[in-house]
Design a protein around this ligand. Structure first.
Ligand code: MTE
Ligand code: MO
Length: 171
């Protein structure tokens, strides 16, 4: 890792990472034994515990700036966060402030279709008081992440990340 022998706390002697799959079905580490079997004949550790056998990473996006509950000043503000859709890539990220229109954020150039993409959205905050903000991403196939919330179990969370922030004159 980083051109050095894999350290024990990162999984020595072997670390398996499969792009596009959640860790629980792909990120084996601290390998002690390999058994040759078939997909149907074997269930990994988490499967009998109620998690799905296949765990493709879902298209997701997140608001990091501001944090939920933050106070921000009136005037120009750069909202920001990340989005990811391995192995499809991120096509676009849109944000919605209060009940306004969905507007496209700017994206950084991703390292690959598998990597997280940073997004930024500059806006003029003119109304003081509480506001709501939502974000949603669209992947390389044109599919937009679903609005409805779904819990992580059994195969990954869904829903549009939503935060509240307060605009004040003296933040
Ligand atoms: N040996 C071993 N490998 C494991 C696990 C574990 O408990 N033991 N947990 C898995 C889960 S659930 C995840 S999310 C990833 C986390 O990898 P990380 O250390 O890079 O966060 O490792 C996976 N590999
Ligand atoms: Mo996990």
């Amino acid at each position: 890792m980083n051109r050095e022998v894999l350290p024990a706390n990162h999984g020595f002697p072997a670390r398996l990472v499969v792009p596009g799959l959640y860790g629980y079905v792909s990120a084996t580490k601290w390998l002690t034994e390999i058994e040759l079997t078939t997909w149907d004949a074997f269930d990994g550790y988490w499967i009998p515990r109620g998690w799905a056998k296949e765990g493709p990473i879902k298209t997701q996006s997140r608001i990091d700036r501001p944090k939920n509950g933050n106070h921000i000043g009136l005037g120009s503000y750069t909202f920001g966060g990340v989005a990811w859709a391995p192995t499809l890539g991120i096509d676009r990220v849109e944000v919605q402030i209060d009940e306004g229109p969905w507007l496209e954020a700017e994206l950084t150039v991703p390292l690959s279709e598998n990597s997280w993409v940073q997004w930024a959205f500059e806006a003029e905050v003119v109304e003081s008081g509480p506001h709501t903000m939502r974000v949603r991403a669209t992947d390389g196939t044109g599919e937009t992440q679903p609005a409805e919330r779904v819990s992580p179990k059994p195969d990954g969370a869904e829903g549009w990340h939503t935060i509240r922030f307060v605009a004040t004159e003296d933040a």
